[in-house]
Design a protein around this ligand. Structure first.
Ligand SMILES: [Zn+2]
Length: 592
């Protein structure tokens, strides 16, 4: 008999440390090493030879590996046993050590930033530091936007009142919203997240009532939520002015992502030009459901029902999918299972969701899942192993400083791996209802990333534009921008209720990090374009793709993707991505 819900599938962390005691004992020597680094290298940047800079970077990388290994080991232990006192104590000790180490090591980056351009370029060009060339260059990208030390300190000291206080007020306000809702078993208190989860419910009356209840609950706190956002946007605009970012509020985010503004703008315009693709699907979905027009609450209504897939079957489906792509990829994935670097069993005290931890550049990555026998869980295995193979290949080829990519590329290999698994699942699935669920969820998941996140980015642009023109961001003004951008997307293919005017108010990204979400649009479209290339080129695509993964974070996204023949400044990549999305939509329509 096969295993039920991945019972007994737990990871073995002993290759990282023999015990929590051993991990704790490793903290002090690493801190000692960080302090010794400071004593040896502080104040010397201006005179370093290339060979000395290489030595310093090497030592810094080793310290980083040691601390990452300790911190990751602790995080992994906590992830599967959140309540353990021993884990929490270890976590507190590690957190304190990381702060101390960061304080001891911070000088190095500051001195590197302070170096004049000519001297920095000479060092960057030296063959001794070739492996970290991008790391050294990329760190200096903020140089024109950093203020003097006393100015930075003054700005930093006011952050708790000017930034964190509004974020905390926002989080407290949204997290304490709790309203009674009856989903069929009598009225029970519901949070925002619990109400939102009903959009996947198969009962239409429950979906509609849940969203109406949510919007009604947002009416009273909306002015406070708008004011939190208004204050944060105003502060970010002041910061942009002081830091000479010019008048595009997206620039700091582009700099973080190492993407050029014209690339992002062209991408968003191409997405908007494809809004009719989504509208076509929503009209098709309405007729599948026997409705004239969808309500917003019907957007994610389930079509079909996927059959359960036990863990052994899920694992072998993913194995077979990867084997069809590349034997090397398949063997990297296989090692996660044979080396017990996967924890798949859901159990009490384990945190929810799934992730892949790189652990450290000189270690192997680990994957956490909560496998509950669903088709989606199978795709999650593929997704996390996609991260895992990216980490593994980059760890082997890059230094600790250059192994990991930024946000824009991080989700590319994981999304690509999901596509590989998805096509394999579909090609081998005979159950009609499962096929319908699989294809429609794929399409709607892609829409949620590509189209909806673009709507969010446009909404943010609108809000920053108003605020820069000295208009306070009131509930009405934010609601107007929100509806305007949503109408551009949905057109008349989905009916938006009056309550949806407050749809902006519970989205935490606007509050925590501006323009955070477009990186996910980018990653999804790039993965779609790569997938289309693989289907077109077959075998020929595989070696460059492995090279791309092994390159890790050793270049900016535009340079790393150039290895695959992709030109981010052209339109072809977006056209290819949308052709691929159309193929997915057609597959979903044909299953109706
Ligand atoms: Zn991911």
């Amino acid at each position: 008999m096969s295993t039920v819900q991945a019972s007994g599938v737990r990871w073995d962390l002993s290759p990282l440390f023999a015990s929590p005691e051993a991990a704790e004992a490793a903290i002090e020597p690493s801190l000692e090493r960080a302090r010794a680094f400071e004593a040896a290298w502080r104040g010397r940047m201006a005179e370093l030879t290339p060979a000395q800079l290489a030595d310093a970077l090497h030592e810094l990388g080793e310290i980083d590996n040691e601390l990452s290994r300790i911190a990751s080991y602790t995080m992994l232990r906590k992830a599967v046993d959140v309540t353990s006192e021993q884990n929490r104590d270890l976590g507190a000790a590690v957190d304190a050590a990381i702060v101390q180490a960061r304080n001891a090591l911070r000088f190095f980056e500051l001195e590197w930033l302070a170096l004049d351009d000519e001297r920095a370029s000479q060092l960057i060009a030296a063959p001794e530091v070739a492996a970290d060339r991008h790391y050294l260059t990329a760190q200096r990208r903020y140089r024109d936007h950093v203020l003097s030390e006393p100015e930075e300190r003054a700005l930093g000291e006011r952050d708790p009142a000017a930034v964190s206080a509004w974020q905390t007020l926002y989080a407290q306000t949204t997290s304490t919203i709790e309203v009674p809702f009856d989903s069929g078993d009598g009225p029970q208190p519901h949070t925002i997240d619990r109400l939102l989860a009903y959009v996947h419910d198969s009962r239409r009356d429950v979906r509609l009532a849940a969203l109406d209840t949510l919007y009604a609950a947002l009416e009273a706190p909306a002015p406070v939520l708008a004011h939190c956002y208004d204050s944060l946007v105003a502060d970010r605009l002041v910061s942009d002015r002081l830091r000479s970012y010019g008048d595009d509020p997206m620039l700091p985010t582009h700099l973080d992502n190492e993407l050029d503004a014209p690339v992002v703008q062209a991408m968003l315009e191409q997405v908007e030009a494809r809004y009719p693709l989504a509208q076509r699907w929503f009209r098709a979905k309405a007729s599948m459901m026997g409705l004239d027009v969808l309500e917003l609450a019907d957007q994610y209504a389930p079509l079909g029902e996927a059959r359960p897939v036990d863990y052994d079957e899920g694992r072998s489906l993913v194995d077979a999918a990867f084997a069809g792509f590349s034997p090397e990829v398949a063997s990297i994935a296989e090692a996660f299972f044979t080396e017990q670097r996967v924890d798949a069993e859901p159990r009490a005290g384990k945190r929810g969701g799934a992730f892949c931890s790189p652990v450290a550049q000189d270690a192997s990555p680990y994957v956490m899942l909560n496998y509950t026998d669903t088709m989606n869980d199978v795709l999650t295995i593929a997704h996390e192993l996609g991260h895992g193979m990216h980490f593994q290949l980059a760890h082997a080829a890059q230094t600790p400083h250059s192994a990991h990519t930024g946000l824009a590329l991080a989700e590319v290999p994981s999304t690509f791996a999901e596509f590989v698994a998805y096509d394999h699942l579909l090609a081998n699935e005979e159950d009609r209802s499962t096929r319908q669920a699989l294809t429609s969820e794929r399409v709607e998941g892609a829409f949620a990333t590509i189209f909806r996140q673009t709507v969010l980015a446009r909404y943010e642009q609108g809000a920053y534009g108003l605020r820069a023109g000295s208009q306070a961001l009131s509930v009405d003004r934010l609601s107007d921008i929100w509806i305007e951008q949503n109408l551009r997307y949905y057109g008349d293919s989905i009916h938006l209720s009056d309550g949806y005017r407050l749809g902006w108010s519970y989205i935490p990204h606007f509050i925590s990090t501006r323009f955070y979400t477009y990186a996910y649009v980018f990653a999804k479209l790039v993965a779609l374009a790569l997938y289309a290339r693989w289907r077109a080129q077959g075998e020929e695509f595989v070696a460059p793709y492995l090279k791309f993964m092994a390159a890790g974070g050793s270049g900016a996204p535009a340079n790393l993707l150039a290895v695959l023949g992709i030109d981010l400044s052209g339109r072809e990549i977006w056209d290819t991505a949308f052709d691929e999305l159309e193929r997915m939509i057609a597959a979903a329509e044909s299953e109706a």
